[in-house]
Write a protein that binds this ligand. Structure first.
Ligand code: KG4
Ligand code: ZN
Length: 331
């Protein structure tokens, strides 16, 4: 106990997972390719694709877990934040299922779930308290976790998110959306010190990436035609290096301020190979205990919603059937 069916539909991935007594029995995702040609997520298309994908995705998740709907103890869904039209599809599906099955409903915060993705693999889970650098397409936060349901944001971006910094930089280089993974792969063949870009000077634990964006734009505008194609690897490596420097400086500061040396990362950008090795190196150098989620638990997935719901179930935190999703990130 409990067996949880979790649904994630906050952006452009329709995902479902089944968690049996805290162990992930299935984790299935249908990624929506329809947005690729538009250079970003088109909200209405995302909602429509969720509507089409939801039933088959849930079906695969249940079948893979070898679990019937009758064996499910609670239905969990992403309540906030995200694209409202996308959230509405998952919320309505979860509420209807909970009503039809007479099972409790659990509302999950997407950013809290990214942090708790670190608890999915019990063998390598961080111990409490820990710090988590959550870096996604919409958010960049440093979170202090005292227990699964006691999380405090101690630093966050004041403008763009780290994932946006990757995606917007990639766009300036003429790369398709989402550019983060592409920058990652070109960067592996480039020199991270080839070009120098601006880093913000913010004294607290907050982040800013808008200056970097402007610095890259002005730099590229000064170059001759053909410059990007000739220097793509070095440009990607230097941009990635700067983003990682900005992130790691603040994380180091948070460790010093809180005295918490158990550190982890989460969110789509935590799939970045440069960030994964930077935090691992930092751990070795500064004697931090570092844990990194598996790739499939970094980008949006329903397993993270399921593990969060598992803890909410144990704490008796259920939602009423009149709950609405929210696009905003307040938690
Ligand atoms: O967590 P996520 O899947 O969705 C949100 O909640 O936003 O994060 C998506 C972000 C995108 O900006 C994407 O470019 C970035 O994560 N991303 C990466 C990598 N994989 C995904 N950024 C850099 N390197 C990667 N390997
Ligand atoms: Zn996310």
């Amino acid at each position: 106990m409990p067996n949880i069916l979790a649904i994630e539909s906050s952006c452009d991935d329709t995902a479902a997972a089944v968690c049996i007594n805290g162990r992930m029995a299935s984790n299935y995702i249908a990624t929506q390719d329809v947005h690729r040609k538009y250079g970003g997520v088109v909200p209405e298309m995302a909602s429509r694709a969720h509507l089409q994908n939801m039933v088959p995705v849930v079906d695969v998740a249940l079948k893979t877990a070898n679990c019937s709907l009758a064996q499910i103890d609670a239905i969990a869904f992403t309540q906030a934040p995200g694209l409202i039209g996308s959230l509405l599809v998952g919320a309505q599906f979860a509420k209807s299922l909970a009503l039809a099955l007479h099972k409790p409903l659990i509302a999950v915060h997407h950013m809290q779930a990214h942090v708790l993705a670190n608890l999915i693999d019990a063998e390598q889970a961080p111990s409490f308290p820990f710090l988590c650098l959550t870096v996604s397409g919409g958010h960049t936060q440093i979170v202090m976790a005292n227990s699964p349901l006691d999380l405090t944001v101690i630093g966050e971006t004041i403008d763009d998110a780290a994932g946006e910094a990757f995606d917007k930089s990639a766009k300036m280089l003429g790369l398709p959306y989402p550019g983060g993974p592409l920058i990652d792969s070109y960067a592996q063949k480039g020199n991270p010190l080839a070009f120098k870009f601006a880093q913000p000077q913010i004294s607290d634990l907050n982040f800013s990436f808008s200056g970097l964006k402007t610095s890259i734009l002005y730099f590229l505008q000064k170059q001759e035609p053909g410059f990007i194609a000739e220097n793509l690897n070095d440009l990607c490596a230097s941009i990635q290096y700067t983003i990682i420097e900005i992130l790691m400086k603040k994380l180091k500061k948070a460790v010093l301020q809180t005295g918490i040396r158990q550190v982890c990362i989460a969110g789509g950008v935590s799939a970045n190979s440069g960030l994964r090795s930077a935090i691992t190196d930092m751990g070795v150098r500064h004697k931090w205990k570092v844990t990194i989620p598996k790739f499939e638990y970094c980008t949006d997935n329903a397993a993270m919603i399921a593990i969060t719901a598992h803890y909410k179930y144990l704490a008796g935190e259920f939602a009423n059937l009149d709950i609405s999703p929210s696009a905003k990130a307040t938690w």
